[in-house]
Design a protein around this ligand. Sequence first.
Ligand code: PHB
Length: 389
Amino acid sequence: MRSCCFASILGIGLSMAAQAGEDIKVGVVLPYSGVYASLGADITDGMQLALDLYGSEIAGRKIVLITEDSEVKPNVGLTKTKKLVFQDKVDLLVGPVASNVAGAMRDFVHNAKMPLIIPNAGNNLLTGEKCSPWVIRTSFSNDQINRVMGPWLYEQGHRTLYLMAPDYAAGHQMMAAVRRGFTEAGGEVLGEEYPPLRETKDFAPYLAKVKAIRPDALYVFFAGGLAIQFVKQYHEFGLKAEIPLTGAGWLTSPLFLPAQGSAAAGFIGALNYVPTIDSDENREFQFAFNEKYKRIASEFTVQGFDTGRLIVEALKITGGETADKAAFVRAIHAVEFTGPRGPFRIDPLTNNVIQDIYIFETRQGGYNIRHVVIDKIADVQDPPNGCVM
Ligand code: PHB
């Protein structure tokens, strides 16, 4: 017994000594091609800015990002994850953007006991029924963003909704969240459409149905190239004047607004961040991002930024050690800060972020189009949803 424990203590000591001076490798699995490519770029830039500002070297160890393209494909995401773990021997992982890719990666990282920090993918299961001590989410769950909108829309006087989202886990989970809140409040969902995630370029057949059915409002989730196409076609179809457009707030992200232009005006959405949040933390962040990247930071940038900051702060607590993964996760739970989106902390019960959710309108003022916050729900925390750590 004695020799076993002494040997294992020695073993840990040796592995820590071996780590000193070595790079801390962060394996990053994000889409750099495909429908969510621009999201992956924004998250990466946000993470890099956090390393610039909060420290890219801890206890003599440099933090380096090793990036891999998930292509928004579950099998590719999993293969790249394995490559980062087995070949590059990363210390921790960050990714992905899409819920279906996250679903494919979950069992591998759980069994490998490899910390995975999710900077976007909202798949409810990963911080619910399929939660893991090794999977931490800094972004949102699909339920967290959307469930507040059902009762809110009902309170605004809407009594019927039509739902539309891409046909994959995130689309279905988000629509289920808004449907639940809206019908519990007394509203009725008149219909729903789930166009394919990758292929959809033409929304006309779906929009024709909405026009015929005439709901009080249309509630959607689209992001990336789909968001740009959808908003333009909604406008061209003449629906904007007839049926209010609402939904998950990514639809008019600052990432997509330049391509959407005035067609985006009038949209009402819910999200964990908009660039117009009135706080010193947010103004300083937007200023620093603009200095370096010459563009407005999006909610994806903020998720990358807060992920980078969380990693740095946790590593400061562990003294730059990454060999003891459980100690690293404990350090993550000890980090709290107020960032660009407001107060930020990880819920140790689910490993999902606790954060404010903003309801905003995308408004046109002269040549400018901007997000105007009209309501805020503070400290939104997911129930455990079947999570047992
Ligand atoms: C997701 O697949 O979980 C997802 C993708 C893009 C978003 C939000 C959620 O903007």
